[in-house]
Write a protein that binds this ligand. Structure first.
Ligand SMILES: NC(=O)c1ccc[n+]([C@@H]2O[C@H](COP(=O)([O-])OP(=O)(O)OC[C@H]3O[C@@H](n4cnc5c(N)ncnc54)[C@H](OP(=O)(O)O)[C@@H]3O)[C@@H](O)[C@H]2O)c1
Length: 378
């Protein structure tokens, strides 16, 4: 009897020991994973897996990289994060083609870059991402130049009140997602043949936002994409940014399946001091703080607005820091072979569960194809 009891006690203790060991191991792994991928707190300058943090500048994360063999297209490089990305890529030797809607702004940015770096190779071409005809015209003009294409950076973005694009699609979805979706598809063959001939990995990068986490319920309003009565500026912006992540993920899956030497990733630049919200009454500082305060109901709360505005400046990165994750993903050897990931603060991070939903990404892909084929009618 006493022997039975001892055996029972011993086996129970052994099971408890094994179970606790198992959970401790899990906990340790989780901690390591989180440290590797999500190491950046709001104010953190702690370096994570890559050795870089959110406080590093684009110049720092690309130091020593020779990219003279590469050609890149950057959309929306006439201001903010895009123009700094353009400056740094050109500094590292990339032949940069900037795709802008305002040619004189684009020329001015080019001239400023050439003043600082007379060896820079920069071309300016016109595109209006909210018009499918303009995207098609740009792609055909680019192809007629017979240039290679190693890197495509889908960076342009707007945040605006309800408006319809030339193709009658809600403006933020049309510009931030659909224009880039069409552009990427039209340039993919050029990227594939460049990768084939050069044996250099091609990289497609969608500049999304952490705001992707705050989209409408269900993620994308497939049945009401351009319906004003469902429109909310914050959720619609978030929806377009969720579409950027879903697009990059689905493209990554397709590229992998095809076995081509091209990767597709998305990223958030963080909250950066630019003019992205110039078409709204919200300042960049306010909006940055709103998302950081994680309130969907912010637009209705005066108090939260005031707090957010005064706190906003403490949350913002400079454009030099804001462009760093884009430049890191575009050029850094650490990122070789990395496909279908979401980056933040120069490290792999986690997008939210909707962004990782493969069914949703396939549905968005088919929906976008239909819109492009029918010029705005799904
Ligand atoms: N700033 C932030 O805190 C933040 C945070 C997360 C994500 N982002 C993302 O970062 C990207 C860059 O934004 P930013 O902050 O650098 O803002 P920005 O300075 O306003 O840059 C946006 C760029 O997009 C261009 N653009 C807008 N509509 C266009 C269209 N229809 N066709 C072609 N180009 C168009 C703008 O051209 P114009 O100069 O002609 O207006 C501008 O060059 C955006 O995708 C944005 O969503 C920004």
């Amino acid at each position: 009897m006493r022997w039975d009891l001892t055996v029972h006690l011993f086996t129970s203790l052994l099971s408890i020991y094994q179970a606790s060991n198992f959970f401790l191991e899990r906990l340790k792994k989780d901690k390591v994973r989180k440290k590797d991928t999500r190491g950046m707190g709001l104010f953190s300058s702690r370096k994570a897996h890559s050795g870089f943090s959110g406080s590093n500048t684009a110049e720092e994360v690309t130091r020593g990289i020779d990219a003279t063999a590469l050609t890149a297209i950057i959309t929306g490089a006439s201001s903010g994060i895009g123009s700094e990305t353009e400056r740094i890529l050109a500094l590292r030797g990339v032949h940069v083609v900037i795709a802008v809607r305002n040619m004189s702004k684009g020329q001015a940015v080019k001239e400023a870059i050439m003043k600082e770096n007379s060896n820079a190779k920069v071309d300016v071409m016109e595109i209006n991402l909210s018009s499918m005809a303009s995207v098609r015209k740009f792609a055909s003009e680019f192809k007629s130049l017979n240039l290679p294409l190693n890197i495509l950076i889908n960076n342009a973005g707007v945040a605006t009140y309800f408006k319809l694009s030339q193709d009658n699609i809600e403006m933020m979805f049309a510009t931030n997602h659909l224009g880039h979706f069409l552009l990427t598809n039209l340039l993919l063959e050029t990227m594939k043949s460049t990768a084939d001939q050069s044996n250099i990995e091609g990289r497609i990068i969608n500049v999304s936002s952490n705001a992707h986490k705050y989209s409408y319920n269900g993620g994308i309003l497939f049945d009401n994409i351009s319906d004003e009565s469902r429109f909310n500026i914050m959720w619609a912006y978030a929806q377009s940014k969720l579409a950027n992540v879903l697009h990059a993920n689905e493209l990554a899956r397709r590229l992998k399946e095809e076995g081509v030497l091209i990767t597709s990733n998305s990223l958030t630049p963080g909250a950066v001091e630019t003019n992205i919200f110039r078409d709204t009454i919200l300042s960049g500082k306010t909006v940055a703080a709103i998302f950081l305060l994680r309130s969907k109901y912010f637009p209705y709360s005066f108090l939260r607005t005031s707090i957010a505005t005064s706190l906003g400046k403490y949350f913002l990165k400079t454009v030099q820091q804001g462009a760093s994750t884009t430049c890191y993903v575009a050029l850094h050897p650490n990122v070789k072979g990395v496909n279908g990931e979401y980056f933040r603060n120069n490290n792999i991070s986690e997008s939210n569960s909707k962004a990782q939903d493969t069914e949703l990404s396939k549905k968005l892909w088919d929906f976008s194809i239909k819109l492009c084929e029918n010029n705005g009618n799904a």
